[in-house]
Design a binder for this molecule. Structure first.
Ligand code: PEP
Ligand code: MN
Length: 344
């Protein structure tokens, strides 16, 4: 932390600030200038100290120097987290593809989507059983029945499952079926839910809150890590901006920014991020080019009749076409696509 005191600060006020800092067991280095006095603080400070010091007489400002997160911070290249899900290693440098319908609608719909994405190179099957809807009157997902259908699709295809959990009270049940638990954008700052998924062993994919800065998002991941679960991956899924031409603005800057700031694997969701199926291919390729560890793509056997998110879902043929471009693109970047996990 750096503390800046203005010209108006008396020497008693400067001494009082330095004494307050030292009372916390921290060291101080004093820099006396003509216009300002600066105190550099060395040591691990209690989180509330910064605001307390800022309120002291004579203080212009107090600024943190280090990142506020500890467990999520990136320290060295060798400390990158790799998350093993079945035979898939997420974050090992290769590209992981998670694909499937936004929402499990029926056995037929899920099996068609699952068999198609498995046959065309996906590694993990996505599908929502519990859906967070803007309107309480909209279809909320099949719930437990959806989880059972996902389990069936996993047996059929061999693909591990990623599915969303909405409520701390459902974590135990969802974790019985899911190989990865998804925390959605609307729950990204539900600290009770984050703490709950921090207490299980299954990996968690934390989506970015649509109104969250990168730092706020990493602090959300810190909640899960601090509760004891080290298997956290982050998913950029678009943020709210003034732009209305796409549903959200996919923040590709987040990928290299997160790589610098954290050691956690980074997934990109171009489906929610664009809201338009005909933007999904370009944004998927861009995400991989920017260094994402994986992508999460919505695929529906018949997007026109989808109950949720049909406008942003790829048809099976469009998914096949995307995968045909993704493989040479990854290779050109010196990255491989993971071996398919399917039993088909
Ligand atoms: C989804 O993946 O279908 C979804 C609801 O995602 P988000 O939480 O990013 O909106
Ligand atoms: Mn969706």
């Amino acid at each position: 932390m750096i503390v800046v005191l203005g010209k108006q600060a008396s020497s008693d006020q400067i001494d009082a600030v330095a004494a307050r800092i030292r009372a916390e067991g921290l060291e101080t280095r004093m820099l006396y200038g003509v216009e300002k006095t600066v105190i550099a603080v060395i040591g691990r400070r209690p989180p509330e100290l910064l605001e307390q010091i800022e309120r002291m007489p004579g203080v212009d400002s107090a600024m943190p120097v280090g990142a506020p997160y500890k467990l999520a911070a990136h320290h060295a290249p060798q400390s990158r987290t790799v998350i093993n899900v079945g035979s898939v290693s997420i974050g090992d440098g290769s590209v992981t593809v998670m694909a499937g319908p936004c929402t499990v609608e029926s056995r037929e719909q899920l099996v068609m989507a699952a068999e198609h994405v498995a046959a065309h190179g996906a590694h993990i099957l996505r599908g929502g059983a519990f859906k967070p809807r803007s309107s309480p009157y909209s279809f909320q997902g099949l719930g437990r029945e959806g989880l059972c259908l996902l389990e069936e699709a996993k047996v059929l295809t061999g693909l591990p499952i990623i599915t969303e959990v909405l409520d701390p009270r459902q974590v135990e049940e969802v974790a019985k079926y899911a190989d990865i638990l998804q925390i959605g954008t609307r729950n990204a700052q539900n600290y009770a839910l984050l703490t709950e998924v921090g207490q299980i062993e299954k990996p968690v994919m934390l989506k970015r809150g649509m109104g969250n800065t990168i730092d706020e998002w990493i602090m959300c991941a810190e909640y899960i890590l601090a509760a004891g679960n080290p298997n956290v991956m982050l998913c950029e899924r678009g943020i709210r901006t003034f732009e209305t031409a796409s549903r959200f603005t996919l923040d590709l800057n987040a990928i290299p920014l997160l790589q610098q700031a954290t050691h956690l694997p980074i997934i990109v969701d171009p489906s929610q991020g664009t809201g338009k199926w005909n933007l999904v291919e370009a944004m998927t390729l861009a995400a991989i080019a920017a260094g994402a560890d994986g992508v999460l793509i919505e695929v529906h056997p018949s997007p026109d009749t989808a109950l949720i998110d049909g406008a942003q879902s790829l048809s099976p043929d469009n998914f096949t076409a995307l995968m045909q471009k993704l493989t040479p693109m990854a290779k050109a970047l010196g990255r491989s696509i993971q071996e398919p996990t399917t039993v088909l």
